[in-house]
Design a protein around this ligand. Structure first.
Ligand code: F6P
Length: 357
């Protein structure tokens, strides 16, 4: 097949580093192969409009400013699965045919989708149905995409939480308080445990390890008995209550477990406790150097895969190398924190309480 024009879209929640991927794809496609790149707006939503909402991405736009810029210049959505599209009357409709027709109208020869495993499941199904040559690039602050050691956005999110802990520590010490910080991670505790290590926390509660109040309270009391007047506790949003119930906000997303844990710890230890919910701060802002590097490596490799005619694959970072793996091995296989893995072993080795002992 002769590729002349590739499409690119960002799908699912945004994160830092998406624009750096877009830049790398444009540079590699134009400089390496003389191809044109079309950016599709707001994930597959852009393909539902007639004419499709898209923009030509020129090499002139791919400056180093894009490398630094947070969010996604293309826009994104984490709503509106085209196979069960929410209609104004509350019903769901299969609009996959319209999305595929939109792709054809743009005259595209291949598609790069930057997403997490949920987006890949949808994009892969569309690609199969419409015979669209497709390559995926993993992104998500949650770092729960299987078969890659790291997804774009994770490193920046961890650095952001670590910085928040750096800022909470002096105020905690000034007031002799226990600071609880609730962090993101839909059903995965990677951010929480990594940031707890990097930010010197005393406890990290993650959904992969059931917690008990008495274990965390004992840790806080041991910190105090050891002569320290403050403690830092990281709680992943997907952690459940002691009774096993998920805590959700009015948006239907996770939110509120930090306050639950903070209140219980205050009751159990008598410590003055304050809670910070970091929320979308973890997704915004400039990508750090590690995410820029990963984004650049992934963007270049994805275009090279198209040049080699290798489709239905996801680019990945594995064992100090950029590789590619079958998308079939990624979808429906969320990579959660391994309770026997290096993050947990390191945390335990540092005396960080994970709530189970
Ligand atoms: O999956 C990324 C993520 O940021 C999760 O960590 C979080 O639970 C969710 O998205 C928030 O989604 P929204 O932006 O729709 O509130």
């Amino acid at each position: 097949m002769t590729v002349k024009r590739i499409g690119i879209l960002t799908s699912g929640g945004d994160c830092a580093g998406l624009n750096a991927v877009i830049r790398a794809v444009v540079l590699r496609a134009s400089d390496g192969y003389g191809w044109h790149v079309t950016g599709i707006r707001e994930g597959t939503h852009g393909l539902l409009s007639d004419p499709p909402e898209a923009v030509t991405l020129t090499p002139g736009m791919a400056t180093s400013n894009l490398l630094r810029l947070g969010g996604t210049i293309l826009g994104t959505t984490n709503k509106g699965d085209p196979f069960a599209f929410p209609m104004p009357d509350g019903s769901k409709r299969d609009r996959s045919g319209e999305v595929i027709a939109g792709f054809r109208k743009l005259g595209l020869d291949a598609l790069i989708g930057i997403g997490g495993d949920g987006s890949f499941a949808i994009l892969r199904r569309l690609a199969q149905q419409g015979a669209i040559p497709f390559v995926g690039i993993p992104k998500t602050i949650d770092n729960d995409v299987a078969r890659t050691e790291e997804a774009i956005g994770y490193s920046t999110a961890v650095a952001t939480v670590a910085e928040a802990l750096d800022r909470l520590q002096p105020t905690a010490a000034s007031h002799s308080r226990v600071m609880v910080i609730e962090v993101m991670g839909r059903d995965a505790g990677h951010i929480a445990v990594a940031a707890a290590i990097a930010g010197g926390a005393d406890a990290a509660l993650i959904p992969e390890i059931p917690w008990r109040l008495d274990a965390v309270a004992r840790k806080i009391e041991a910190v105090k008995a050891g002569g320290r007047n403050f403690a830092l506790v990281v709680v992943a949003e997907a952690v459940r209550t002691e009774e096993g119930a998920p805590v959700k906000a009015s948006t239907g997303r996770y939110g509120g477990i930090g306050h639950y844990v903070g209140d219980r710890l205050a009751e159990a230890t008598g410590a003055e406790t304050r809670v910070t919910v970091l929320g979308h701060v973890q997704r915004g802002g400039m990508p750090n150097a590690a995410d820029r590097l990963l984004a650049s490596a992934f963007g270049v490799h994805a275009v090279d895969l198209i040049a080699q005619g290798k489709f239905d694959r996801m680019v990945a970072w594995w064992n100090r190398d950029v590789i590619d793996v079958p998308l079939a091995s990624v979808v429906d296989h969320a990579a959660v924190v391994d309770p026997a893995g290096p993050l947990v072993r390191t945390a335990r080795g540092l005396g960080i309480c994970l709530g189970d002992r």
